[in-house]
Design a protein. Structure first.
Length: 332
C-alpha cells in the first residue's frame, strides 16, 4: 500500500510535464511505474490517454498530496495551465491547437509528439512540458533541434514504457543522442513566441494578447500546410524573396499532414522556418510571396476558415487582387 506521504517526495521541477513528474516519482521511490499507478489509482486508466493534456484532477490531487506539492505547482505540469495563453479553449479529445499529438494506440505512441533535448535530459533529468508545444522545435539553452524519436532505432518516445530516460524499444539512452542542426530564423521566431507567453512584446505582428498572436501563427501554418500544387510555389517564393536556403527549406515538396500539431519535429521546424520569414515585415513579405505564388483569398480559404481577424483582413484586402501595391520601402 502506498503511504499518504512518499519516502522520496519528488516535486515537479521547473517546467516539468505531468507525465515526466509521475514517472520520475515512481523511479526515485524505487517502484515500477505501472505498479505504482495501480497501487495509487487502482484500475484508473492513465497511460492510454495523453496524461499531459487531460490534467486529471484525481491524479493531480493524489500526486500532489503524496509529494507535498501545492495544487498550483501541480496544475502547472499540465497543458490546461496554458488555456487562455496559447489556445482559447481546452479540448478533452481530438487535436489540441498548438499541442503535438502523440498518436496514442492503447498504451503505445504511434506519433512523434514527445520531443526532447538530450543535453537537457543529461543535465536536468526530466522532460519539459514546453516540448509538447508544436512551435517548440529547438532547445534555446543548447541551440540544437529537438529529437522526437530514439536516435538509435527511430521509435517514438514513450516516457511511461521501459527504463527511465531510455528507449522502450531498444533500451538506448536518450541522453546520448547526437546534436541536430537548426535554422537560425526559426530559433529567433520561437524565442519571440515563448516571450509572448510570458507577457512580453508580441513581436512585429499586430496583437493585443498572446492569443491573438498565436491565432495568426495558426492561420499561417494552415496556409503553409495545405497539399495543393501552389504551395510548392509559395515556399519557393519565400526562399527567393525572404532569403531562404533552397537546398534545405524547400527540400520538402509537401508536408505529410495539413496540421502542424501532427507533424514530425523536422517538418514542424521547417514550418517554423517558413513562418519566421513570412511574418517578418508583416504583412508585406507574406503578400509578396503569396502574390508570386498566385494565391488568392478564395484559394487559401476553400478548405478552412481563419481564426485570426488580422490574418483574414490581410488576405481578403490584398490577395483579392493579382498585383497588390507594396510600400515603397519594401525590400526584397
Amino acid at each position: 500500500m502506498i503511504p499518504d506521504l512518499l519516502p522520496v517526495r519528488t516535486r515537479p521541477k521547473p517546467g516539468e510535464s505531468l507525465s515526466s513528474w509521475l514517472a520520475r516519482t515512481a523511479f526515485e521511490n524505487g517502484i515500477y511505474l505501472q505498479t505504482f499507478c495501480h497501487l495509487v489509482w487502482h484500475r484508473k486508466p492513465i497511460w492510454n490517454r495523453d496524461t499531459d493534456r487531460t490534467g486529471d484532477h484525481e491524479i493531480l490531487h493524489r500526486l500532489a498530496s503524496m509529494t507535498a506539492t501545492s495544487p498550483q505547482k501541480a496544475l502547472a505540469t499540465t497543458i490546461r495551465h496554458y488555456e487562455g495563453l496559447v489556445f482559447r479553449q481546452y479540448n478533452a479529445s481530438g487535436t489540441q491547437r498548438h499541442i503535438t499529438s502523440l498518436g496514442i494506440y492503447h498504451r503505445t505512441h504511434k506519433g512523434y509528439g514527445q520531443t526532447y533535448c538530450p543535453l537537457c535530459l543529461k543535465q536536468n533529468g526530466y522532460f519539459k512540458l514546453s516540448w509538447r508545444f508544436a512551435f517548440i522545435t529547438v532547445c534555446t539553452t543548447h541551440n540544437q533541434r529537438l529529437w522526437d524519436r530514439c536516435w538509435r532505432c527511430a521509435a517514438p518516445v514513450c516516457i511511461h514504457r521501459g527504463r527511465w530516460l531510455r528507449c522502450d524499444a531498444c533500451d538506448a539512452d536518450l541522453r546520448d543522442a547526437p546534436p541536430l542542426r537548426h535554422d537560425s530564423r526559426a530559433l529567433i521566431f520561437q524565442k519571440h513566441l515563448q516571450a509572448a507567453i510570458e507577457g512580453q512584446r508580441f513581436w512585429n505582428v499586430p496583437a493585443r494578447s498572446s492569443l491573438e498572436l498565436f491565432d495568426v501563427v495558426y492561420d499561417c501554418s494552415r496556409a503553409l500546410g495545405t497539399r495543393y500544387p501552389k504551395n510548392k510555389a509559395f515556399r519557393e517564393a519565400i526562399c527567393e524573396i525572404a532569403e531562404g536556403r533552397k537546398n534545405w527549406i524547400s527540400s520538402i515538396q509537401s508536408f505529410p499532414y495539413p496540421q502542424m500539431e501532427t507533424m514530425e519535429c523536422l517538418h514542424r521546424h521547417q514550418m517554423m522556418a517558413f513562418m519566421a520569414r513570412i511574418l517578418t515585415n508583416w504583412p508585406w513579405t507574406f503578400i509578396a510571396c503569396a502574390t508570386r505564388a498566385d494565391f488568392t483569398s478564395g484559394y487559401l480559404f476553400r478548405d478552412w476558415k481563419p481564426t485570426s481577424p488580422e490574418f483574414e483582413h490581410v488576405v481578403n484586402t490584398f490577395l483579392s487582387y493579382k498585383s497588390p501595391q507594396l510600400p515603397d520601402n519594401f525590400k526584397h
